[in-house]
Design a protein around this ligand. Structure first.
Ligand code: BTN
Length: 245
């Protein structure tokens, strides 16, 4: 296998899902760290059972490494913050921000997605899709989408990956050294609509409130007339500026 820094890396022409390929490697692993990327996925998976489109030139990649399940909710913030910092490093001044729990928005559109899954042993798999070259345009996608290319950041998917690995390694090291709190602050400093009214769509209900922050485990803090509520899973929808006032 090839390497990116100290990660064992394979790049496939086509695969079902890089998350599944990475999970297979975990079964016989002894502490190694793996990256599986692919030029194309035939069964890419998104959050909440959704499919993830495989558009040519986009990045589909999964990282498999030993990580405690109890850290998963914080790890996902490190992953999205690393994506934001990679984009910014490659194109300073670009309009990029974060949307709870783990989306990166460029020019207000979703440019990436993260799917974290538990694998064998003490391994976690972190799957990342980045719209490097193109954004999916389907009628059933209800949120704005974007690609790096449309935003003026023209880069090969593997060059983006190599840059990302450096940033991700640095933030993992910082997390280990200083704990989650400073990284949570950095995440919040880049969060869209902090302190403003948002709509949270959950499995069985929708809730409106002020986006107050995230707690030490990454749960969304929503200020509602009945107090601060912690939300563990859901999708944020932003209200139009005129409704926010
Ligand atoms: C989301 O719904 O926002 C998460 C999308 C995650 C997609 C990536 S692409 C690489 C990896 N392999 C998959 O099947 N899914 C993830």
């Amino acid at each position: 296998m090839k390497k990116i820094r100290d990660w064992l890396w394979q790049d496939r022409r086509e695969t079902g899902s890089t998350n599944d390929e990475a999970a297979k490697l975990c079964a016989a692993a002894r502490g190694e760290k793996f990256i599986v990327s692919a030029a194309s996925q035939t069964g890419g998976r998104g959050r909440r059972g959704r499919a993830w489109d495989s558009l040519a030139g986009n990045l589909f990649v999964s990282f498999a490494f030993p990580a405690a399940l109890k850290d998963a909710s914080r790890l996902i913030f490190i992953v999205s913050l690393s994506l934001l910092e990679t984009v910014r490093r490659l194109k300073p001044g670009i309009d990029v921000c974060l949307k709870w729990p783990n989306d990166v928005l460029v020019n207000g559109g979703k440019v990436s997605g993260i799917l974290m899954e538990k694998a064998a042993g003490d391994y976690m798999v972190v799957g990342i899709g980045v719209n490097v070259a193109a954004a999916p345009r389907r009628e059933d996608i209800l949120y704005p989408v974007a690609s790096l290319r449309e935003a003026g950041l023209v880069i090969d998917r593997l060059d983006f990956l190599k840059e990302y690995v450096g940033v991700f390694d640095d933030l993992l090291a910082e997390w280990k050294e200083k704990g989650f709190a400073p990284l949570r602050e950095r995440w919040l400093a880049n969060a869209k609509n902090l302190g403003k009214e948002i709509n949270v769509h959950m499995e069985h209900e929708d809730k409106k409130g002020i986006f107050n922050g995230v707690d030490e485990n990454g749960a969304l803090l929503l200020e509602t007339p009945s107090g601060i509520e912690k939300i563990y899973a859901g999708d944020i929808f932003y209200l139009k500026e005129k409704e926010v006032k």
